[in-house]
Design a protein around this ligand. Structure first.
Ligand code: BGC
Length: 362
């Protein structure tokens, strides 16, 4: 996977790259087309989802280039079509495919040795487009067949949502496991943040028949519309107002906003599970009533659980959830699509936008 950044060659392909740690370094670069290794698929990119992590990469706040390289090809929310597949790989030319983000640490730690690389213990995992391996933001990419997810052909427009969906499949699994330590019969969930992660979390909550509440700052537009379409309740007047209507059994925090994170921990009901999914920048201090929060968590047997990434099993299950969900609703989650040549438009999305996608094909 050693792309070499080069200048002005006609047979080069375009890729979105950054110099990690350098704000404003995001650029369309000419790079060599990748050559598939044994067991790799060669894939023509269709689309790429852009999320908060990509914006942090563009702002120089996150990300690592491959060893020895200055720049990183970004992109971890992929969708492509197989051009070449090795015999016996289970893939064939024309298949719709998504590449998995994380690879296990080389040691490997106990979790990675068991395929549970989403729970890596030593932090030496690598991630396509984020941490030390080039990503999927290029016109052509390769992926090990073992780290590729085949999608139903009907998902050509929304398959780019597989990666964020896999993150939610894992988060809900964590909630179930934590709740499963005693009698657990949740009726309600409050989701903070109506971005793609929050809304996909709300979708799974609605599919489970829960009373779903979603909190965001946007007063109107696509976000409330998408929440109402799930049969869920939308709140935009702050957390105190929302919890006048619901004392949630489960909270999924999807903003990473520090004040909201602590308020969300305190907002749940007895035996509440708060699942934190948003990554926030370090260095933001605030005053909290730690005594009250501690007392509340202890006396109610509450749990606050962090959840990141997704393993191969979550990815496979996410493909099933996407295929079984309302395709029209999923399409409306994608509020903006820009061609690769206009990639900047994907990195300056307004607060009303939900998922922004870069179209790479054609
Ligand atoms: C991605 C995860 C990844 C995490 C941390 C998120 O944006 O969805 O797959 O593990 O960033 O790098």
């Amino acid at each position: 996977m050693g792309f070499r950044i080069r200048e002005g060659k006609v047979d080069a392909m375009r890729a979105l790259t950054v110099e990690p740690g350098v704000k404003g370094s995001l650029a369309l670069s000419d790079v060599d087309e990748p050559v598939p290794g044994p067991g790799d698929l060669l894939v023509d990119a269709i689309a790429l989802g852009v999320c908060g992590t990509d914006r942090e990469l563009a702002d120089g706040e996150y990300g690592w280039a491959p060893p020895g390289a200055d720049r990183l090809i970004i992109g971890h929310e992929s969708l492509g079509r197989v051009r070449e597949a090795p015999e016996g790989s289970g893939f064939a030319p024309g298949d719709l495919v998504v590449g998995v983000v994380r690879r296990p640490d080389p040691e490997p730690c106990g979790a990675c040795a068991r395929g549970l690389f989403d729970n890596c213990r030593n932090g030496n995992y690598t991630e396509r487009g984020i941490k030390e391996i080039h990503g999927y933001a290029s016109e052509v990419w390769t992926v090990e067949a073992d780290y590729a997810v085949k999608l139903d052909p009907s998902l050509a427009e929304v398959g780019v949502l597989l990666e964020p969906m896999s993150v939610l499949v894992k988060a809900w699994e964590q909630i179930d496991k934590v709740g499963g330590r005693s009698w657990f019969d949740p009726k309600s969930v409050l989701v903070t943040g109506a971005g793609p992660i929050g809304l996909l979390g709300a979708l799974i909550g609605a599919q489970r028949g829960l009373d779903v509440h979603v909190l965001d700052r946007a007063a109107d537009g696509r976000k409330p519309e998408l929440v109402h379409a799930l049969g869920a309740t939308y709140h935009y007047e702050g957390l105190p107002k929302a919890i006048e209507q619901v004392v949630p059994d489960i909270v999924i925090e999807a903003t990473g906003s520090e004040a909201l994170v602590f308020d969300a921990m305190a907002a749940n009901g007895a035996f509440g599970v708060t699942c934190l999914t948003g990554v926030s920048p370090a260095g933001r201090r605030m005053n909290i009533d730690a005594g009250s929060l501690n007392r509340d968590i202890v006396l109610e047997n509450d749990v606050v659980v962090g959840s990141v990434n997704a393993n191969l099993d979550h990815c496979a299950r996410a493909a099933g959830v996407l295929a079984e969900s309302d395709q029209a609703w999923l399409k409306r989650l994608i509020t903006k699509r820009v061609p690769l040549s206009e990639f900047e438009g994907a990195f300056h999305a307004g607060s009303g936008e939900v998922k922004v996608v870069i179209d790479i094909e054609g």
